[in-house]
Design a protein around this ligand. Structure first.
Ligand code: GLN
Length: 360
């Protein structure tokens, strides 16, 4: 057994037991929460406030531990993204009961970028059922970069999935609406309900990406040639670009993730946003493709469904339990935020949240 560097094993057990027993009161399905090292019955009798204080300590620790990491660089293929201060760094936990723990730059609105993709897939499932996503887009990881033309070209022999650009553009094209404007507003309204906030597009990011998104337009035309896009291709790219430019704070993204953790009910507003039966489908795609061509390594190290974006945001979901969010603009070659990845991995490891077994 490995020892915990900063927290005793018993202490971590106490945190989890106190935490899960609290969740169980309001959320019966928490029985499916990950198996974790469990403290003895005697030590489990600890107040929820102790668990609360210690999740805060852990978020603080994750922030302190990685704040000096300088690896990676802000994405600059969308020129506006290169202007976001590289030093920003925020870490958030939002539990399935709606408790929020934060450290660092958690109120800075950054562009959601690809973290939007699983949520739009959820909207499509909500409107048309989960088979529609499987049949009209696909759910296989590509093993290629998020904007790989090669992956899109080998359609339909090997399909894409809603978390790479081509599949996400197809996903947007499936949102039911009479006009592009109505389609975007339907997406924005859905994101508002997921986050419990009134979100808006960061116009400078939208303009910057719209002026430089030739590659996404190529994806859309290739999809059209294979009859795998379901609205006007250029209209779909525009709505997709707007969707990626929606501003969210790390805290708001935490609530969006916690809505997935809480089986589709926003734990802060108590509003049911996604049918519970679709949540496992969304999380499955996140597990297989949320980190793009690093999804295998992410599953290998963290073992949680997650989604990254080139704006520097990452949300990971512990079903029935919590969402963990990191935000920091410096991304690696795959387009995944370096500090956010490390912070989420650290918290996951400390709390033994790996869905495949804690290994502690
Ligand atoms: N809007 C970005 C793009 O289409 C999203 C990519 C990402 O976040 N990985 O390239």
């Amino acid at each position: 057994m490995r020892s915990y560097p900063k927290m005793s094993r018993q202490f971590v057990g106490i945190v989890i037991v106190a935490f899960l027993s609290g969740c169980a009161a309001s959320q019966p399905r928490v029985a499916s929460a990950p198996s974790v090292p469990v403290a003895s019955a005697a030590t489990a009798k600890v107040s929820a406030s102790a668990a609360t204080a210690d999740l805060q300590t852990l978020v603080n620790e994750a922030h302190a531990r990685f704040k000096d990491v300088r690896d990676g660089a802000p994405a600059d293929y969308i020129p506006e993204l290169a202007k976001v201060p590289a030093e920003l760094f925020g870490v958030v936990i939002v539990t399935a009961r709606g408790e929020v723990y934060t450290a660092g730059d958690v109120d800075y609105a950054f562009s959601i970028q690809s973290v939007s993709k699983p949520f739009t897939a959820a909207l499509v499932m909500q409107q048309q059922g989960s088979d529609a996503i499987a049949q009209k887009i696909g759910v296989e990881p590509t093993g290629q970069k998020f904007n790989s033309i090669l992956a899109t070209q080998i359609i339909p022999q090997v399909s894409v999935n809603p978390l790479v650009n081509s599949g996400a553009i197809a996903s947007v094209s499936m949102v039911q609406a009479k006009t592009a404007k109505e389609r975007f507003n339907t997406i924005l309204d859905f994101f508002d309900r997921l986050s419990g906030a009134k979100l808006k597009v960061i116009e400078d990011v939208y303009k910057s990406e719209a002026a430089t998104n030739q590659r996404n337009r190529a994806h859309a035309y290739i999809l059209a040639a294979s009859e795998r896009i379901y609205s006007d291709p250029m209209e779909a790219v525009d709505v997709y670009t707007r969707q990626c430019s929606i501003g969210v704070t790390a805290k708001q993204l935490g609530v969006m993730g916690a809505t997935l953790a809480n089986h589709g009910v926003n734990p802060v507003t108590n509003q049911k946003v996604i049918e519970a039966k679709y949540v496992p489908k969304v999380l499955a795609i996140m597990m297989m493709a949320g980190f793009y061509n690093e999804s295998g390594m992410w599953a290998y190290t963290a073992g949680l469904p997650a989604k990254t974006g080139v704006g520097g945001g990452i949300v990971a979901v512990v079903p029935g339990n919590m969402a963990i969010v990191g935000f920091s603009p410096r991304v690696n070659d795959a387009g995944n935020s370096v500090r956010a990845t490390k912070a989420i991995e650290y918290i996951t490891d400390q709390l033994g949240l790996n869905l495949f077994g804690a290994g502690k």
